[in-house]
Design a protein around this ligand. Structure first.
Ligand code: ZN
Ligand code: ZN
Length: 369
């Protein structure tokens, strides 16, 4: 049975409206992760935000230099952190552009120096996490500081000041061994994870990172995370990789959307993706009566090659539309009472290395009432 309200939902290029919730969200495009010459990237903070605002035409951008590492024993000086926060306030203009101060919590044994032991027992492989704040904080919570050496300790500190955390560039190998090693209750602080295609072409070579596969394994075990995209630019060139559904273009509204995982990741093209279940937005955990009514609405920038709906780690439904705009309305008759769902879109276009454009919705978790 088709949910009439869902079927009548209107999706325009920039505005998502829902008749049932009386909520209206805009899609804002941004980048969650990038470096400047204050750590191991190129260019100044001015170069970074000017590129984001004027060249990439982003709505928002997070700058995230390393807290330490890469040039150990280098550590971000407090003045640099203060300058970062001054710059994001200078560049933020409500309704036009939002700049966000962040840093990359860089936790890998290869960056520890023997003189400054972080762990007394065996080294942990927590990988890197981006941390960002809606308002000023005195200093970042460095992975080199024993007080913030684990994701749990970090999340506890970040939660107190209203910040958010994302898991960066997942590693299915030993370097990412402990990347999800945190209390599931901190999913309200460590809300999102960077998504990348499982395989990528770069200058004629194929790289297998298995990010989506690794994320599915985390979700299959009951993990909770939304998906964001990032350039992780070290060239000072942030780009549109994350879409958030927010009420307005202000820093609090962007944080409110990210906190609720009302965001999705893209790789290359700015694909417009609306994914709902029983009129609920991506990122939500819902309880329903009956069967989940899945609604997907895609506006691509080229022909859509494939849309898949994933349920609990396997493909539930797929479609090869071959047109730039496509819809899926699917009632999951086989719903067993407790599942997660997400959508992946692949477009026909290819970048100069041969990679197709992708979009991945954040999941929706559905339970029977
Ligand atoms: Zn990193
Ligand atoms: Zn980085």
């Amino acid at each position: 049975m088709l949910n009439r309200k869902t079927a009548l939902l209107v999706l325009s290029v920039a505005v998502l409206t829902t008749a049932s919730a009386h909520a209206q969200y805009h899609i804002y495009w941004g980048d969650m992760h990038g470096h400047t010459s204050h750590s191991d990237g190129k260019g100044s903070l001015d170069d970074y935000f000017t590129h984001a605002r004027d060249i990439a035409k982003l709505d928002f951008a997070v700058v995230s230099d390393h807290d330490f590492g890469n040039a150990a024993p280098w550590q971000m000086p407090k003045e640099t952190w203060t300058l970062t926060q001054d710059k994001v306030d200078q560049y933020t203009a409500d309704g036009k552009f939002v700049a966000i101060a962040g840093y990359e919590w860089t936790s890998q044994p290869k960056y520890w120096t023997p003189e400054e032991p972080i762990f007394t027992g065996p080294a942990k492989f927590y990988n890197h996490k981006n941390v960002y704040f809606p308002a000023r904080v005195e200093y970042l919570f460095s992975g080199k500081d024993p007080a913030y050496k684990s994701p749990n300790l970090l999340a506890q500190a970040v939660q107190k000041v209203g910040g958010l955390i994302q898991n960066n560039h997942l590693d299915p190998g030993p370097e990412g061994h402990d990347q999800f090693d945190y209390d599931p209750a901190y999913a309200s602080v460590i809300v999102n994870t960077e998504m990348w295609p499982d395989t990528m072409q770069y200058e004629g070579k194929t790289y297998t990172g298995n990010t989506e596969k690794t994320l599915r394994e985390f979700l299959n075990k009951g993990g909770r995370t939304g998906f964001v995209g990032s350039t992780d630019t070290h060239e000072g060139k942030p780009a549109a990789k994350t879409a958030v559904l927010a009420g307005e273009l202000t820093r609090p509204a962007i944080f409110e959307a990210l906190r609720h995982r009302r965001n999705y990741a893209v790789f290359n093209a700015k694909i417009v993706l609306d994914f709902r279940i029983n009129s609920h937005f991506m990122g939500e955990e819902i309880e329903i009566q009956g069967k989940p009514q899945i609604s997907v609405n895609v506006q691509g920038t080229d022909k859509i090659e494939e849309i898949i709906v994933v349920r609990d780690g396997t493909v539930l439904h797929s479609l090869q539309p071959g047109t730039p705009n496509a819809k899926v309305d699917y009632l999951d008759e086989a719903f067993s009472g407790n599942s997660y769902y997400y959508v992946r879109v692949i477009q026909a276009d290819k970048d100069e290395h041969g990679n197709r454009s992708h979009a991945w919705s954040s999941p929706i978790w559905v339970k029977n009432k």
